[in-house]
Write a protein that binds this ligand. Structure first.
Ligand SMILES: *Cc1c(COP(=O)(O)O)cnc(C)c1O
Length: 391
């Protein structure tokens, strides 16, 4: 099949829920991908942050290859060899508590929402969750409601009750939204889809204090920021506070579908047998991939490479900003970088694509640049060169 035929097949048989670039990707290695015509691209937005180690990291490929021959799926009414091991790995690298495994970010957040409601309801009918404007928490009914953006909600009413959306980075807005029905506050420490908006340190510390005082569960959605993306294993580490619940997905499985909800000791046993489940959650093949992701990050020094390369990339982008008046602001943490423009970014993304560089634009004017943690200076130079040309 050629590109045209693949697209025709999609048009006929696949629901048109996505705006797609008319190209078929067939191969990936590191930060490079190739399309059906053999054209090579430098991928600075690998799968919405899914391929955080780059494409087909050898440790992930080997882990999957080795395990898939033994058994592919073990149902959760039995034990498997790797789910506990992965939970231990996540806990040892985050905070004391327990993990629940599912298959995606939205599901991890659904789990967090259920945990928060279960805890609050048991304390006397508390079920409200405060979320942030411009958040993104997924596409299920509850998570589009938690996602404080009308464009994701329109047409799907009635939405579940019990969510309140307030301004991001504004502690008084949170304070003002708390009622005797509030059970949790849910936030991305850096809003990804919302335009790479970084939560302030004082704000997060105040949020932690407020949640402690009011017995509210502080939920961090680290689906995009987790697993080293920001230069620390988890973004909460930048703030010197720990959340009560943390959700993960995206790069956790090195490209394979896995989601996780982590709850601190105090909340780890809120969900009791029968209250929550996932048929595929924590199956050994995806757990083996996630364990390989941890091993790669830790044994290959990828956190320090992320910090180093992020510094270099920001430096190069700041140079570009001096030359290009269309750049309004550069922000982010680690290799989660937003370049806010004075104009819509769509054309620049398209021009970059034509020149062989994959990036993303969110919120109309923010270019999202998130290369894998294995990125090199040479690749950054090439990407910035293409970006300059596109601008
Ligand atoms: C992508 C994303 C989600 C949703 O994850 P899915 O795997 O698509 O369900 C949730 N939260 C954040 C912060 C995300 O970036």
């Amino acid at each position: 099949m050629n590109t045209k035929e693949v697209i025709a097949q999609y048009d006929k048989y696949v629901m048109s829920t996505y705006t797609r670039i008319p190209d078929v990707i067939v191969k990936g290695k590191g930060l490079k991908v190739w399309d059906l015509n053999g054209r090579e691209y430098l991928d600075f937005f690998p799968g919405w942050a899914v391929s955080g180690l780059g494409h087909c990291h050898p440790k992930v490929v080997n882990a999957v290859k080795n395990y898939i021959k033994k058994i592919i799926h073990v149902p959760n009414n039995y034990y498997n060899m790797l789910q506990g091991k992965l939970a231990q790995k996540i806990i040892e690298n985050s905070f004391e508590g327990k993990a629940f495994f599912c298959n995606s970010g939205a599901e991890a957040n659904e789990g967090a929402i259920k945990l928060a409601r279960s805890y609050g309801n048991a304390k006397g009918g508390r079920y409200e969750i405060i979320t942030m404007e411009n958040a993104f928490h997924g596409r299920t009914l509850a998570t589009i409601t938690a996602t404080g953006q009308p464009k994701y909600q329109k047409g799907f009413e009635p939405l579940p009750l019990g969510f309140k959306s307030v301004a991001f980075n504004d502690i008084n807005a949170v304070r003002g939204a708390i009622t005797d029905k509030t059970t949790a506050v849910m936030i991305e420490p850096i809003q990804g889809e919302g335009g790479i908006n970084v939560a302030g340190e004082d704000y997060i510390k105040a949020l932690r204090d407020l949640c402690d005082k009011k017995d509210l569960i502080l939920i961090f959605d680290e689906v995009q920021t987790g697993m080293g993306r920001t230069g620390k294993m988890f973004c909460f580490e930048h703030y010197g506070v720990t959340p009560d619940v943390m959700t993960l997905a995206k790069s956790l499985g090195g490209g394979l579908p896995i989601g996780a909800m982590i709850a601190s000791k105090k909340f780890a046993d809120v969900l009791k047998p029968g209250m929550h489940a996932s048929t595929f959650g924590g199956s050994p093949v995806v757990c083996s991939a996630a364990l390989a992701v941890f091993e790669a990050i830790q044994k290959e020094g990828l956190l320090s490479n992320t910090v180093k390369m992020a510094g270099y990339l920001i430096e190069r982008l700041n140079e570009l900003k001096k030359k290009k008046a269309v750049i309004k602001e550069i922000r982010g943490k680690g290799l989660m970088i937003g370049v806010e423009l004075t104009i819509p970014g769509k054309d620049i993304v398209e021009k970059c694509f034509k020149e062989g560089l994959l990036i993303n634009c969110t919120h109309d004017k923010v270019l999202r640049i998130m290369p894998g943690m294995i990125v090199t200076k040479k690749q950054i130079d090439k990407a910035v060169q293409i970006l300059e040309k596109a601008m």
